[in-house]
Design a protein around this ligand. Sequence first.
Ligand SMILES: Cc1cc2nc3c(=O)[nH]c(=O)nc-3n(C[C@H](O)[C@H](O)[C@H](O)COP(=O)(O)OP(=O)(O)OC[C@H]3O[C@@H](n4cnc5c(N)ncnc54)[C@H](O)[C@@H]3O)c2cc1C
Length: 493
Amino acid sequence: MPKNGAAHLASLQDDRCVFIDGKRVENVTTDPAFRGAVASACALYDYQAAPENIETMTFASPKTGARVNKSWMMPTSHAELVARRVSIERWSAQTCGMLGRSPDHVASTFVGFRMGLDVFGANDPKRAAALADYFDYIRDNDMFLSYVIVNPQADKAKSASGQPDKNLVASIVDEDAEGVTIRGAKMLATSGILANEIMVSGFQALQQGDEDYAFTVAMPLATRGLKLLSRRSYEGAATSTFDYPLSARFDENDAVVVFDDVKVPWERVFVYRDLKMAQAQWHQTRAHVMQNYQSMIRLTQKLHFLLGLARKIADLNNIITYPQVREQLGLIAAKVANMDALVIAMEAKGEQFGQYFVPDRSLLCTAQVVAQTTYPEIVEAIRLLSGGGMIMVPSSHLDFAADETADIIARTQRSPVAGSHDRVKLMKLAWDAVGSEFGSRHLQYEMFYSGAQFVTRGNSFRFFDWDNAKTRVDDFMASYDLDVENKLNVAAE
Ligand SMILES: Cc1cc2nc3c(=O)[nH]c(=O)nc-3n(C[C@H](O)[C@H](O)[C@H](O)COP(=O)(O)OP(=O)(O)OC[C@H]3O[C@@H](n4cnc5c(N)ncnc54)[C@H](O)[C@@H]3O)c2cc1C
């Protein structure tokens, strides 16, 4: 049987070091700050293990034959790529696309690394062998990984080694026959609290002198010296599931990660003090493509959910007959369909990468750029359609329990298509999606998780086929010149 929720729940009951509100968390699976998100992660594994889903959600490990999640699959054809995408869609739909870093995200990163094993091997065969073994290990144990690949913000005009505190950014500070020692911090691990292992690496550009910061390693969350400092828990602040239905279940958490002299064995070191590989691992393999392809598939599921909210709000207030409202909904529907189309297009225009079939890189970069503006536009549309409706809701579910306030709710929460209970329920859900602290964090997430706009637009510039575009202009300009013009003039005379 594939990994199920109970197995994942048990795996999180280790001595990982998580801090929140000044205290160390004893057990993330029961703590009110995290238990809802943990349950949602476990529900994903239960979904894949349900007999009716096993075929769609899992495949047989090429090494052990055991069924593991399909995100570990390395597709060799368009059909396999699409089958893998369907499993990602199904998982994302379980959480309305709200778990940005569900287990299939970093699994997809490692699939991309593994597809480019030759790139690692040409550089350092030992590190490549470690990567190949680790990939088998995490796939065959169907592990949930998080990653930290961005440095804490500080002086952005200086590189990692140029920061006044040399130990701010995680770096290799020592090594011996067993492995390396990491000291310093990384910006944020989303879902780290829900995961089994964490990959530590760097996506940002490095310079000569930054060699100690140029590494990729992985380790269990419960490694000694590894500490997570959680941001505020929106789940912990949620007064009830009725009032905060998304915060209560899908607050995947983000945490600053600190490495207090963490020892990492050589078997888990994949890039070692190597400026060239620190960049090549993303773009010469297909890691960047595969991880962000997963993100785009996940985003389509979230956008369809938000589109449903927008439409239901319009129906609720009976504004759906107004041409301006239909136009607004038509516009956002087109933007959502555009994201669907980009996913299908990057598969249809996919390329052979060695023996593997992968999505088209330029279209993936296009989708990332478009997504960063589409998401805020959809959020704004929901706010515009709702007006004050998301705010004129009662303070909490408790107002339904007291006769006097229940009566006020019944008299004031009106709609031609829904009762007062259903009206409040929908508006509270919409607020949690786009307005609450949880909803607001999602806006920030979708705008930044794949890099600031200058990064995603830079990648779009880098991978676009400019030769093709320029050749069209050159070919056309070659079809006429001064003498041709003269001839035409002569002919006209
Ligand atoms: C909710 C959330 C979850 C996240 N989860 C993860 C995670 O799980 N793992 C992980 O590794 N990272 C994670 N991140 C970090 C994310 O990858 C970074 O936020 C992102 O790469 C942008 O980097 P930054 O935050 O340092 O912003 P910056 O790079 O500092 O950009 C902020 C702004 O500064 C300006 N700016 C900065 N540099 C330049 C420049 N060179 N040229 C022009 N303008 C510039 C731009 O206006 C830019 O929008 C997460 C972030 C968020 C918000």
